[in-house]
Design a protein around this ligand. Structure first.
Ligand SMILES: CC(C)(COP(=O)(O)OP(=O)(O)OC[C@H]1O[C@@H](n2cnc3c(N)ncnc32)[C@H](O)[C@@H]1OP(=O)(O)O)[C@@H](O)C(=O)NCCC(=O)NCCS
Length: 194
């Protein structure tokens, strides 16, 4: 059984996202808006409100309950969300993969939190979700995110031209993946019958 909550340092834990995170997510995202702007889609002002985050979480929990997403937050000592990590687009069968996205509050960046969280999420994706692979894409110039992925064992496998509409432009992305294990999927036959 994988525990839900993981201490990353003296102050911060990684834990699953819950509905009551909407208020602190809005505060943290609003505080970090300019910091994140070069690497994110342009969001409407409503995104930075508690109501906007509540609506986003309803959609996210729908995906989680359907097995398509696994969302976590960084939580401070008061249990306020100060970062978000999400595995989305989870597909099982012979692919068993998900796409990882993340952000860290501007006031908590640069102290190893993303690296620690991504490492843990890789373990949970392998041992808890049974995934074989995680992928992530970054804007070409996002050196901090690329550094996090490299420290967590991701390998670059290509470049996707005009991959995502980021900060008002279609941006080329570097694509990374980490293979989590070499074993067969637990719920598929490993050899043809008969
Ligand atoms: C990317 C992000 C999540 C990293 O979070 P973090 O907690 O600061 O990451 P860590 O502290 O674990 O590691 C950051 C690494 O990048 C390095 N780094 C930071 N800025 C850098 C830059 N401009 N150029 C090169 N390396 C940089 C740090 O030195 C550190 O590497 P090190 O441990 O070898 O010194 C955070 O910067 C963020 O939220 N950015 C905005 C949103 C975003 O870009 N999300 C990812 C989209 S793909």
């Amino acid at each position: 059984m994988i525990p839900d909550t993981h201490r990353l340092d003296a102050e911060i834990r990684l834990r699953p996202t819950v509905p009551s995170d909407a208020a602190s997510l809005a505060v943290s995202l609003a505080r970090s808006r300019a910091y994140m702007q070069p690497w994110e889609p342009i969001r409407p002002d409503a995104f930075y409100t508690e109501e906007g985050q509540r609506e986003r979480l309803v959609a996210l929990f729908g995906d989680r309950d359907a097995g398509r997403a696994a969302p976590w937050v960084l939580a401070d000592e008061e249990d306020r969300a100060v970062g978000g990590f999400n595995l989305s687009g989870i597909v099982l069968g012979p692919l068993r993969s998900g796409t990882l996205g993340y952000w860290v509050d501007v006031e908590y960046a640069g102290r190893g939190l993303a690296t620690a969280a991504v490492r843990l999420i890789c373990e949970m994706a392998r041992d808890g979700l049974g995934l074989h692979r995680i992928e992530a894409g970054t804007v070409i110039e996002n050196a901090a995110s690329q550094r996090v992925l490299a420290k967590c064992g991701f390998e670059e496998y290509g470049t996707a031209p005009q991959f995502l509409y980021i900060n008002g432009r279609w941006r080329d992305h570097r694509l990374f993946q980490r293979i989590l294990h070499d074993g067969p999927p637990k719920d598929l036959p490993t050899a043809a019958e008969g």
